[in-house]
Ligand binder design. Structure first.
Ligand SMILES: CCCCCCCCCCCCC/C=C/[C@@H](O)[C@H](COP(=O)(O)O)NC(=O)CCCCCCCCCCCCCCC
Ligand SMILES: Nc1ncnc2c1ncn2[C@@H]1O[C@H](COP(=O)(O)OP(=O)(O)O)[C@@H](O)[C@H]1O
Ligand SMILES: [Ca+2]
Length: 516
């Protein structure tokens, strides 16, 4: 079939579906735009159909779902000779689109230096045309320095916008998130330095156009890192709540995190990779290999409060998917708690579990952290919005065992099925490095400082006396003692979580078809 022509033939339209010829139909919630089409001009240009009566036409642009969660903009043009009928269709479809709550005005920040430095091109060539098709107006800022977007978010008239879009990687997303959450707390008079402060939810959604090196937040919430797919989720006005953890040290606010907060391996990879930014996304493989060979472990104490409020466990076989019932249950609990205590934080005397040891990696993840390098992520069963984080402790082990552990991030095998790996679902945790504990308990013992880099008790064990740093959503955080608390559904993204696979989606479609 000629791509731009279809016939206007007994199509049905309901509040939820536009049925096209045969068994093809589009949910109205997945229509991107409807436009009048000058078919006569097209035909004149192509020299075809010259003897036919004047035709009237309109084009429906809609989301076409392809493999692996990829979305594309597809279109179909309808024509007929009756102008009035054609206009009625356009009017009816536009009215239906008006009923959808979609963003009309967006604030866009582009990091031109993220990933392969393609952010500006990606936005201009792939995203802006779709926004304009969907009649979304935008104010676009290309950042000139780190923290430009964050600082700007404290100054703009934020109420003017239905959402903020960031074009870049996880670091850029983190920056925009800090701007928005920070602005929200400032406007509400909340002191971010108080680790127990009940934070105000941020209702302005963030959309992520992936143009970074890892793009883990995008991949874990959409199922793919693809700028066009993300743009379409923004246009349809999707909404995905997200847990955010706050990180404090001594009553001082340090950072928020939504994906990985990692000490040891991932902290060291990040720190080393920052010096190799010129390598682009490859820097992580280079620094990953180097860090793997150095095989440093770090000693410290972790205490945590298990997340008893949520139904799931990190060893579950099912993962968080669109409309996840575990996240929905947490949302209900949150609403009930708000009704009961208002903004006051519930008093929390729940038990703390304490673990001391030597670790190659301490990873706390609020979401699976799936990304193209690791399609199921660091914790495949973690939930996007259940008010908990998965705390993964990788104890000291041989290089070979650690490699086996890493390889399991790339295949279907269970990465928690190792004697040296423990995983807990938590709502808060604290970490203090041994070095800091020692310094605090015995500040006069200068001897320690003269023992060089490695463990005094077992010089061959690669246990590093120096501290590692934290990898906080791709930003380095230098603190050897932190206090972390998960804030359930503190913010929202223009996303819908990962949809069930295509086969199921198709069978759902035919069910709807039967209903119609
Ligand atoms: C042997 C192969 C092992 C592959 C293991 C892959 C594990 C990948 C897990 C990735 C978790 C990602 C969590 C998200 C982190 C991001 O927030 C953050 C920032 O993103 P941005 O740059 O877009 O702003 N990204 C990162 O910190 C990058 C982490 C990537 C780590 C790659 C590690 C590769 C390790 C290679 C070891 C090779 C050993 C080979 C021995 C023969
Ligand atoms: N114009 C800019 N110049 C330099 N750094 C910037 C600029 N805009 C944003 N940044 C910073 O760049 C860092 C990495 O950005 P990101 O988009 O995540 O790329 P990548 O995925 O390659 O790390 C972020 O910390 C962000 O704050
Ligand atoms: Ca979570």
């Amino acid at each position: 079939m000629d791509k731009w022509i279809s016939m206007l033939r007994c199509h049905k339209i309901s509040r939820s579906f536009l049925c096209m010829s045969g068994n093809c139909f589009v949910p109205t919630s997945e229509i991107i735009a409807v436009e009048e089409t000058d078919l006569n001009k097209k035909q004149r240009n192509s020299g075809k159909w010259q003897k036919m009566a004047k035709l009237h036409a309109f084009t429906v642009y809609y989301v076409k779902k392809a493999q692996n969660h990829r979305w594309r903009c597809s279109d179909v043009t309808f024509w007929c000779v009756d102008e009035q009928l054609c206009n009625q269709w356009i009017q009816a479809l536009k009215e239906l689109l008006e009923l959808q709550t979609r963003p009309k005005q967006l604030l866009v920040y582009i990091n031109p230096y993220g990933g392969k430095r393609q952010g500006k091109r990606i936005y201009e060539q792939k995203v802006a045309p779709l926004f304009s098709l969907a009649s979304i107006s935008t104010d676009v800022f290309v950042t000139e320095r780190a923290n430009h977007a964050k600082d700007n978010l404290f100054e703009v008239n934020i109420n003017k916008y239905d959402g903020v879009v960031c074009v870049g990687g996880d670091g850029m997303f983190s920056e925009v998130m800090h701007g928005l959450i920070g602005r929200m707390q400032k406007d509400s008079g909340i002191d971010q330095n108080n680790p127990k402060a009940p934070l105000v939810q941020c209702n302005i959604r963030i959309g992520i156009i992936p143009a970074g090196s890892t793009d883990c937040v995008c991949y874990s919430t959409v199922g793919i890192s693809d700028p066009v797919t993300s743009a379409l989720h923004i246009i349809l006005g999707d909404s995905q709540p997200l847990d955010v953890s706050s990180v404090h040290h001594n009553n001082t606010f340090l950072k928020y995190t939504v994906s990985l907060l990692g000490y040891g391996f991932y902290g060291d990879v990040l720190k080393d990779s920052e010096k190799k930014r010129w390598m682009g996304p490859m820097r992580y493989d280079y620094s990953g290999f180097k860090t793997f060979l150095s095989h440093h472990c770090y000693e410290g104490t972790i205490s945590f409060q298990p997340a008893k409020h949520t139904l799931g466990s990190p060893r579950d076989k099912d993962s968080c998917r669109t409309g996840c019932h575990i996240c929905r249950q947490s949302e209900q609990q949150l609403a009930e708690q708000r009704k009961k205590c208002g903004l006051k934080h519930e008093e929390d005397e729940e038990e703390w579990k304490v673990i001391k040891g030597k670790f190659l990696a301490i990873n706390a993840v609020n979401m699976s952290c799936a990304c193209p390098r690791s399609p199921k992520g660091l914790s495949p069963a973690a939930h996007l919005a259940d008010g908990s984080a998965d705390l993964i402790l990788v104890r000291k082990c041989s290089r070979f065992d650690f490699l086996r552990y890493l390889v399991r991030h790339t295949n279907q095998d269970d990465q928690f099925d190792f004697s040296f790996v423990d995983v807990y679902r938590v709502k808060s945790f604290q970490f203090t490095s041994k070095l800091l504990e020692d310094n605090e308990s015995d500040v006069t013992d200068i001897g320690k400082k003269h023992f060089g880099q490695f463990c005094r008790d077992h010089p061959a064990c690669c246990c590093n006396i120096a501290n590692s740093t934290w990898n906080c959503d791709g930003e380095t955080l230098d603190s050897s003692a932190i206090e972390v608390r998960v804030h359930c559904q503190l913010m929202k993204l223009f996303a819908r979580g990962i949809e069930e696979n295509h086969k199921e989606a198709v069978s759902n479609q035919s069910r709807v078809e039967q209903l119609l």
